[in-house]
Structure formats: C-alpha cells, structure tokens
Design a binder for this molecule. Structure first.
Ligand code: HEM
Length: 508
C-alpha cells in the first residue's frame, strides 16, 4: 500500500524512475529519508514564505506555509512552456472530430483526468458551447479548512451560484460604473498626489491605492483605517487560497484523509495555520458587511443578505491582486519601451491638451493608448490558465495559447493595419477574463480602473524609466514572472516622475 502511494506521488518528482523500483522491504529507510527531506524543505520554504514576490511583508497571521512545498510542484519553468511541450507530446483527438489533436492535451494524474485546451477553437467548443457541462469548479479539501464555502468563484454551477452572479451583474454592469467613478477618482487623485511627493514607494503606493479603492467600492465606507484593517485580513485569506490552489502545495489535497489529522499531532502545524486562516475567512465574509450595514446606505444592502455579503467580500479578494498584477505588467512594459511611452504621450497631448487631467470619456479617442493597454494584458497575462473548469460528465477543464506573431515582443502597433484597426488579430481580451458562464464578472470595473484611470493618468502625467542604483546608474529591466495562480511580474525598480512642474500642478 505504502509503496503504491509513494510511487504514485513520485510522478511529480524527478525521482519517479527510482520509486518505480521500490519494494515493501526498503520502504522504511525511504520514509525516514522523506521525513528528513521534508523537515529541510519546510525550513527552506518557511524562510521564503515570509515575503511575497514583491518583497512586501505578508500580512500577519496564517497561512504562508505549504505542507510539502516544492516537492510536488512543477519545475521552475514557465508553465505555458511546459504545457506547450505537452501539447506536442500528449495531444489527443478523442473528444470531437472538429477539433484537431494539437488543440487539446489530455493527461491522467492520480486517476484524475486533466484536459488542457490549447486553442480558441477548442475553448469555444468546450467551455462556451458546452458550458452547461463544463462550468463546475474543483473543490479542494483544503478549501474546507479555509472555510471558503462563501466564495463564489469556487461554487459549482448551481442556483446559489447563479444568484451570486446575478447580484454581481446588477452592481457591476455598465450603468453602475458611473456610480463608482467618483470613488475611484477621489482615491486616484490622493494616490497621484502621494506619488508626486514620494515617487520611491511606487509599488507600495499603487497596491495601497487599489486596496483602498476596492474596499470603498465594496462597502461604501470612506475610513482609510477601517479599510486598511480589513485589507490585511482579506489579504491573508487571499494568500491562503492562492497557496491552496497551487497543484501540489498541500498534500491534504492529494490525500483528503489528512483533513482529519488533529492540529496537535507533531508536524500538523499546517492544519493550525489553515484553521486560523479559516477563522479570518469567516470573519471577512461576515463582520465588515454587518458593520457597514450599520453605518452606510449601499445599494446592495437591500438584497438577500447572504448573497450580498458574499459578493461584497469577494470584490477585494478576486479583484485587487488581479488588477494590481495587470498594472505592474503595464508599468514595466512602458518603462522597457520608451518609444511606446513617447508615442502614447504624444497622442494624449494632441488629443486632450496639457492643461487638464484626462477624463474617462477621453479614452475612446485614444486608440494608441488603448492598443498599449491591450498589448500589455496580452504580453503579461494575469491568469494564463483562468480558474479550472470541471465537467459534470466525462469532459474537461482549462486553457492556453493562440498564436500572435512574435508573441514575446511588446508591440501595440500590431493592433493596427494600414492605419486602421487590425481585424485579423484575435482581441487579447478573449481569454484574459476567462470563459463561458464563469467569465470574470468584474471585468468592466477592472478595465475602467486600468484604462480610464491608471493608464491615462500615468501616461499623460508621468515619465516612467528604469530605476537607478546608489551610483545613479540605470538598473536594467528584465520582465520575468513569478507564476502562481495569479501571475505577477517579478520585482523590478522603476523611476516614476511628473513630466513637468505643470503636470504636478494639475494634480493639486
Ligand atoms: C485585470 C483584472 C482581472 C483579471 C485578469 C481577472 C481574471 C479572471 C479570470 C481569468 C477568472 C476565471 C474565469 C473562468 O473561470 O473562466 C475570473 C473570475 C472571477 N473574477 Fe476576475 N479578473 C480581474 C478582475 C476582477 C475584479 C475587479 C473583480 C471584482 C470586482 C473580479 C471578480 C471575479 C469573480 C467573482 C470571479 C468568479 C466568477 C465565477 O466563478 O462565476 N475579477 N477573473
């Protein structure tokens, strides 16, 4: 039995061939070796886990620690490269005669079938046309400990999920953007003023601006301290979920029985951390809604309380880090391509002048700025694999690649042909926000923040350049991603300064 489990688990490690030869007689020394290895591994990951990719301290509290860290994780190669190789090796055409074999990769891991969709055609056929069958979610054992039953991105395709979706649309549809703009604008102005005074903390300030904006939008409370306290807790829940959702991060996801290991058992510290995060998750999903309801009138409070509070609570958790990652992608793209920045600034100066701040209405006219944002969301894809879709019947899950010529280059010009919109090219928006019935319901808000507020303000008011070291020498920028559930550019340093004194004065 033990040897079988070890052989199965070893599929994820470079030791697979060795484990195949394992017999029940030599299993004891292997277990001792594994225990020692595990101890070492936990020590290493513990040090790493005290900071996130951007070097920002993680919020206090749990759960920053995987049980079996990197042992079962994919090798440190960009996952899309691995999936592309798999597409060549393991493609199949079992599912439909209309889809070619390179469109789909079919794998079986620990008895679980995984289907990777490699093309727009297979995604449309499977996740959109057959959405009734392919819109379930994967519930992991660790989610029970994290008490994520309120979190609707993990709900199956049920009436309860539909009620959440409807509520989300009612409050984040195109008409509602007008209601939210004053809040976004107020927070944006505060952020830009702070940035002019202190351009060094660009990354932290951008994060804080988005966090406060999302909390204000979710609960309607304009109290920075209240919102900040809540952000710290929501961030801990988000971190817990992000780690839990990475395949192989928690052994309990592969061996659900481990859920029942009591927290006092030596080595079960992971359970304590998950349980503490679970308590925070309950708190975040209930308490702020109750407090806010006592303080403000917010349109959503009139609705069914459970759904309204679940939707409010997920706004920050699903929206803030995804949007932040997209902004970090845009910023590094601009800093690495001064010619693109100059062309976008020129378009803004000629279309709206230099004597006022850009307004959301302006962006319809700014075709090149729009192309810059489009290209940055393609070049730096925040969720390259969306969230897993699970099928009810024997069908499928996830997604990937459609070809753009020279895909690794940042070229907003690719969206134009003969001076006009290039209709031959796939709109990168296909895919960025997911597929079918579970396509991201926050996409209008995300686009509003990214384009109508952030991109226009940054491009028209600031110059963004590579950062400098203590000798004043430019630090070369390199785009790499720290790939997890949400892909974030690896930390980089940029210099963000107003283009002129006049620009700084416009912010007040
Ligand atoms: C650039 C920013 C964003 C990106 C790239 C993004 C991307 C995604 C993706 C890929 C999915 C999975 C869709 C699928 O399963 O096929 C998703 C789902 C979701 N997103 Fe977003 N998102 C962003 C911003 C937001 C914002 C601002 C909010 C909330 C205000 C939000 C709320 C949600 C929710 C609630 C779901 C789950 C939907 C469901 O399961 O029915 N997202 N998002």
């Amino acid at each position: 039995m033990l040897t079988t489990i070890l052989r199965q688990l070893s599929q994820y490690t470079p030791l697979h061939d060795w484990f195949i030869g394992l017999s029940s007689r030599n299993v004891a020394p292997v277990l001792v070796a594994l225990a020692l290895g595990l101890g070492l591994l936990l020590r290493c990951t513990m040090r790493k886990a005290s900071q996130n990719a951007w070097g920002l301290p993680l919020p206090p509290g749990p759960p920053h620690m995987p049980l079996v860290g990197n042992l079962f994780q994919m090798p440190q190669v960009d996952p899309w490269i691995v999936y592309n190789d798999w597409a060549k090796k393991y493609s199949t055409n079992t599912f439909s005669e209309h889809i070619s074999s390179r469109d789909i990769t079919y794998l079986e891991v620990l008895g679980q079938r995984i289907v990777i969709l490699n093309s727009v055609k297979s995604i449309t056929n499977i996740l959109e046309k057959k959405a009734v069958n392919t819109s379930e979610r994967l519930w992991m054992p660790v989610f029970d400990l994290l008490k994520l039953d309120w979190s609707f991105p993990f709900m199956n395709y049920t009436l309860f999920w539909k009620a959440h979706r409807k509520h989300f649309h009612q409050h984040l549809g195109p008409m509602q953007m007008e209601i939210y703009r004053p809040i976004i604008e107020d927070q944006t102005i505060k952020y830009l003023r702070a940035l002019v005074k202190n351009p060094h903390d660009f990354c932290l300030q951008t994060r804080s601006w988005l966090g406060l904006t999302f909390m204000r939008l979710s609960y309607g409370i304009n109290d920075a301290q209240w919102n900040e306290n809540l952000i710290v807790k929501a961030q801990a829940v988000h971190q817990g979920f992000s780690e839990a959702a990475i395949a192989g991060h928690y052994l309990v996801n592969s061996i659900p029985l481990l859920r029942h290991v009591p927290a006092w058992v030596p080595g079960a510290g992971w359970r304590k951390r998950l349980e503490a995060a679970g308590e925070l998750s309950r708190e975040v999903s209930r308490v702020p809604f109750k407090q806010a309801k006592e303080q403000v009138t917010h349109p959503s409070y009139e609705e069914r309380a459970t759904i309204a509070r679940n939707v409010a609570a997920i706004g920050y958790i699903a929206g803030a880090d995804t949007t932040l990652s997209a902004l970090y992608g845009l910023i590094i793209a601009l800093a690495m391509h001064p010619e693109v920045m100059a062309k976008a600034q020129n378009e803004m100066d000629t279309s709206i002048g230099t004597d006022r701040l850009p307004q959301p209405e302006d962006y319809e006219r700014l075709l090149f700025v729009q192309a810059v944002v489009k290209e940055s969301t393609r070049w730096h894809t925040v969720g390259p694999f969306a969230l897993l879709h699970v099928s009810k019947k024997d069908e499928h899950s996830c997604r990937i690649l459609e070809r753009f010529p020279d895909p690794m280059s940042f070229k907003p010009e690719r969206y134009f042909k003969g001076g006009k919109h290039n209709k031959e090219l796939l709109d990168p928006e296909f895919g960025i926000f997911g597929y079918g019935r579970q396509m991201c319901p926050g996409r209008l808000l995300a686009k509003d923040i990214i384009l109508a507020h952030f991109a226009m303000c940054m491009i028209s008011l600031f110059n963004i350049k590579p950062g400098r070291d203590e000798h004043g020498k430019e630090i070369p920028l390199e785009y790499k991603v720290a790939s997890e559930v949400i892909c974030t550019p690896a930390p980089y340093q940029v210099e963000v300064r107003p283009r002129s004194a006049n620009d700084a004065a416009l912010i007040g």
